[in-house]
Structures are given as C-alpha cells and as structure tokens.
Ligand binder design. Structure first.
Ligand SMILES: [Zn+2]
Length: 320
C-alpha cells in the first residue's frame, strides 16, 4: 500500500483498531489470557472484557504496538515506509517523513524489524548458494581533518576473514528465499549447524567458495566449491553470484542509510534486508500480511532495550 492510501484509509485510531481487529479475530474476539470467547466490548473504549477470567484486553495485547504512545496512524505510515523502502530506510528519514522525534522513529523501526522475523517458515532446496561476509564495524580509514580524504597510512582494519567486523552467513535458494545469520566464528560446526537448520540436505546442491570450514559439507550434502583465486567465478550453474550480489546490496544499503551499525543491533537490520529480499515479488497485500505478523509478535524491546540477547530474539530456532 502506498503512503497516500495509508493516510487516507487509516487516519484515525478507530479505523486502525478496527482493521487490526479484523485481521486478528475476524469478528470473533478471543481472550489472550484464557482463550475464552465469552468477551464483550467496553463502551467508548478499545478494551474488551473477558467474562471467564475477568481480565481486560485490547487487540494490541503482547504485540509490537503495545505500550507505545505513538498514534497507530503514525505506526501504519512507518510500516508503509519501511515496506516500500526496498533498500532500507534510516530513522532520520522516518523522523522527517512522519514527524516524530528521532528516538521514537528509531524505536518504532526496531519494533517493526522484530515483526519481520520469518525464519521459522524457511526451508531452502534445489540449487543453494552459501557464503559469508563481514558487515558493520568502524570505518576502515582514519580521515585527515584537513582535506577530508582517507589517510591510507592509517589503515584501521583488514578486509575479509580475520577482521574485527561481524561475520554474517547467508544461504540463498536461487529465484527464491534467503536466510541470514550473524555467527560468532566461522567454524565448521556453526556453518554445518546453519546448513542443517535451513536447507533440505536430501534434495539440494550447495555451492560455496573453498573456505576450509565448508569442507565438512562434503559428508552431508551434494557440495560444489568455486575457486575465486583462480578467477573461476562462473562455471555454468556452479557459482555464488546470487549471494554475492545480495551482499553488495546490503553493504550499499548500510553505507547509504545507516553509516555504521553496532554489533548489538546488526541482526535487526539483517532481518529487514532478508525480509525485503524474500518479499521482493510481493506488492499487493504485503501491508496486510505484515500487520498480521506484527499482531503475533511479542514486544521484543522495552524502554529502547531489547528484552533479551539480540541474537536470540532475531533467530528463533524452530525445531522441526
Ligand atoms: Zn479470559
């Protein structure tokens, strides 16, 4: 949905609430505490009362919108902006577009990202590319104040493996979905763990580069490697161009929108990048689809702080 439509359709709190109630309950409200359907709406309020457990609740209970002072109409605009911004959007830009404080824009955007987590539904198969990259961290060069140009003699960190940046692993099924994960270290154990979690190893062909930690894949799945140092980038089907193209999109988006992202919050931005990629062919109904998911998501941040370890929030493991 485009922004003018959102402004027009959801310009009052009541309209927003009504829409959310329809998405969540479809006219049959259920108590979130005891699952009872013996509930009635309180007069002149968005609250419902449950006759079974005697508690009050609203459609916003335990969602990303709960306890927020930001009007729902503005929430909806922020969601619209974020879903439409395929290359990411900064809190600064949300602030300018929605007319909130920077803090509110940042916080709402983080909550929206939390509702974009969709790992549980991902199983990749067919031809799958797996690769790792390094994201975030401090700028590589120290800038000299005088001429504002990179001072190459003060190189702060190396590129690639062995830098202080954060390793991120991605797996993509061609013409389908991607899954991303921040890992502590690029060990065989971590990479194999991720492979088994997200890839159907019985039916897939996995393409990687020759990094030694991928060696263990040979025992588990049909595994091909490409040798980058020999300029062997594309050998028929066996290449990692899809995932490498994705990395450059992510890095440009970070450079363009966010400048630098701390290690603590990086997973949230990756969730957004993943969500945008996995929904790149959606246009109709994405707004509705997103809101449905947002109504199912616990509030993951309280008082500007994640409620628990960020990686645990972002990567729910769903045992099959
Ligand atoms: Zn109840």
């Amino acid at each position: 949905m485009n922004i003018p439509d959102i402004h027009k359709k959801f310009n009052t709190r009541n309209r927003c609430i009504l829409y959310l109630e329809t998405l969540k309950w479809n006219k049959k409200p259920v108590c979130p505490f005891c699952d009872s359907e013996k509930v009635y709406k309180r007069m002149l309020s968005i609250k419902y009362h449950c006759n079974s457990c005697n508690k009050d609740f609203t459609v916003l209970h335990d969602t990303i919108f709960e306890e927020s002072k930001l009007p729902l109409s503005k929430w909806f605009v922020i969601i619209g902006l974020m879903l439409n911004a395929k290359q990411g959007i900064s809190a600064k830009e949300i602030q300018r577009n929605v007319g909130t404080t920077y803090k509110t824009a940042w916080y709402s955007a983080m909550r929206v990202r939390c509702a974009m987590i969709d790992h549980c539904n991902i199983e990749l198969e067919n031809v799958v590319e797996m690769d790792e990259t390094y994201v975030g961290g401090k700028p590589r060069y120290k800038y000299s104040k005088k001429d504002n140009e990179p001072n190459l003699s003060k190189l702060t960190s190396k590129r690639g493996r062995g830098t202080s940046k954060v390793p991120v692993v991605g797996i993509v099924e061609r013409k389908n979905k991607i899954v991303l994960k921040v890992v502590d270290r690029l060990t065989s154990k971590n990479l194999v763990g991720m492979l088994k979690e997200f890839v159907n190893t019985d039916t897939s062909i996995v393409v990687t580069d020759e990094f030694k930690s991928y060696k263990a894949f040979d025992e588990i799945v049909q595994h091909y490697t490409v040798n980058h140092s020999k300029k062997e980038y594309v050998k028929g089907m066996m290449h990692t161009n899809t995932i490498e193209g994705f990395w450059s999109i992510v890095k440009n988006s970070i450079k363009g929108n966010y400048k630098a992202i701390s290690k603590k919050y990086l997973p949230f931005y990756l969730v957004q990048a993943q969500y945008n990629y996995n929904h790149r062919n959606y246009s109709a109904n994405l707004f509705e689809k997103f809101l449905k998911q947002a109504l199912e998501t616990d509030k993951p941040m309280i008082g500007y702080k994640p409620v628990k370890n960020v990686n645990k929030i972002v990567y729910k493991t769903c045992k099959k």
